[in-house]
Write a protein that binds this ligand. Structure first.
Ligand SMILES: NC(=O)c1ccc[n+]([C@@H]2O[C@H](COP(=O)([O-])OP(=O)(O)OC[C@H]3O[C@@H](n4cnc5c(N)ncnc54)[C@H](OP(=O)(O)O)[C@@H]3O)[C@@H](O)[C@H]2O)c1
Length: 312
């Protein structure tokens, strides 16, 4: 089976590429920047140029491909709007897949996207879900909640560096999952027609509120977090401010994520409850363990150096 991964340089995409290569699949990665994708080539993937903002570049990348895994999404720093990448770009992929008689498209959405259509990016996700359901190609739609890896910059580093963490007054709990576990589950479904034309929730075993994650970081790092709560009206003001300039629309959309409504009940389409997966406690314990060891070693080396200098 020959797979095209779109978004292979991303947080989830790179783990899918690695896992698929390890399982013996032939993997081609659509990249818009060969230098950025060089590590994927080192792992054994073939790189092919393509850009979701230029739909004409898509059809040529599908030659010899059976399955498309599309884990691309707009970068918050991108100069494009989410409409360009997460709607027009994705439509171009689906249409090209239909023309090329691709066997299966693996797509990624957000848990409860359809219930949050007031948030532009989530509305696009829900519309792509509908387009796939109405299309001619078999699909699997994984509905994700959040990934462990994003928590390092969001919470772990600010706690370590004593930086203020800004939180909305009230945010929906998130069932974070490790991207390596997610990739394992995704690759397992490639050869399993049981999952064809299904929407599958791909989430961790527990829903976490920001406060619970910060408390965990405090416990594991031995530090106290600085938290500031932003009132809902301030979030609304910031969002309107960023919406004012087109180049900051993506930031405005991300801010609106604080308004996602969701509940912490397990969705009924979660297909992997029995799979073993890394817990957030163990993931963060390993992270803080490594960082604190490194800090202790650096401090020790520095104190050795200053001892040598005072001895001289
Ligand atoms: N992160 C989360 O917490 C979360 C939660 C729910 C759902 N999801 C969904 O899960 C999927 C994976 O998310 P992620 O966090 O792994 O994404 P990510 O780390 O932000 O990676 C985005 C990927 O999309 C690629 N991309 C962006 N614009 C492109 C373009 N014009 N042409 C081709 N490729 C382009 C990027 O390539 P470059 O390296 O070239 O920029 C990168 O590989 C997405 O569908 C996302 O919406 C994520």
């Amino acid at each position: 089976m020959s797979i095209l991964v779109i978004g292979g340089t991303g947080t989830l995409g790179r783990q899918i590429v690695k896992r698929a290569l390890d399982e013996g699949y032939q993997v081609k990665c659509l990249v818009r920047d060969f230098r950025r994708g060089a590590f994927l080539k080192d792992w054994g993937a073939e790189l092919i140029y393509g850009d979701l903002s230029i739909p004409s570049t898509i059809p040529g990348t599908l030659k010899g491909i059976n399955v498309i895994i599309d884990s691309a999404t707009i970068r918050s720093t991108s100069s494009y709007t989410s409409e360009t990448i997460d709607w027009k770009g994705k439509l171009a992929v689906i249409e090209a897949a239909e023309m090329a008689s691709i066997k299966k498209i693996v797509s990624f959405s957000v848990l409860n996207a359809a219930k949050n259509s007031s948030i532009p990016l989530l509305d696009l996700k829900a519309r792509i879900e509908k387009r796939l359901e109405a299309g001619k190609v078999n699909y699997i739609i994984f509905q994700c909640s959040g990934f462990f890896q994003g928590l390092i910059s969001q919470y772990a580093l600010p706690v370590l560096e004593n930086e203020t963490i800004w939180l909305p007054g009230d945010s929906a709990p998130v069932a974070y999952i490790d991207t390596q576990d997610a990739a394992k589950m995704i690759v397992e479904t490639l050869n399993n027609s049981e999952y064809d034309n299904k929407k599958v929730a791909l989430i961790g075993e527990k829903f976490w509120s920001p406060k619970e994650i910060i408390e965990l970081c405090e416990r594991l790092s031995g530090k106290t977090a600085k938290i500031s709560y932003i009132p809902v009206f301030a979030f609304g003001f910031l969002r309107r401010f960023f919406r004012f300039f087109e180049f900051t629309w993506n930031i405005a959309d991300r801010l609106q994520f604080g308004e996602i409504s969701g509940d912490s009940s397990k969705p009924n389409n979660e297909a992997f409850w029995n799979s073993e997966r890394l817990s957030l406690e163990n993931y963060l314990q390993e992270y803080f363990g490594k960082i604190l060891k490194k800090l202790r070693e650096t401090n020790y080396q520095q104190s050795q150096k200053s001892n040598e200098i005072s001895f001289l």
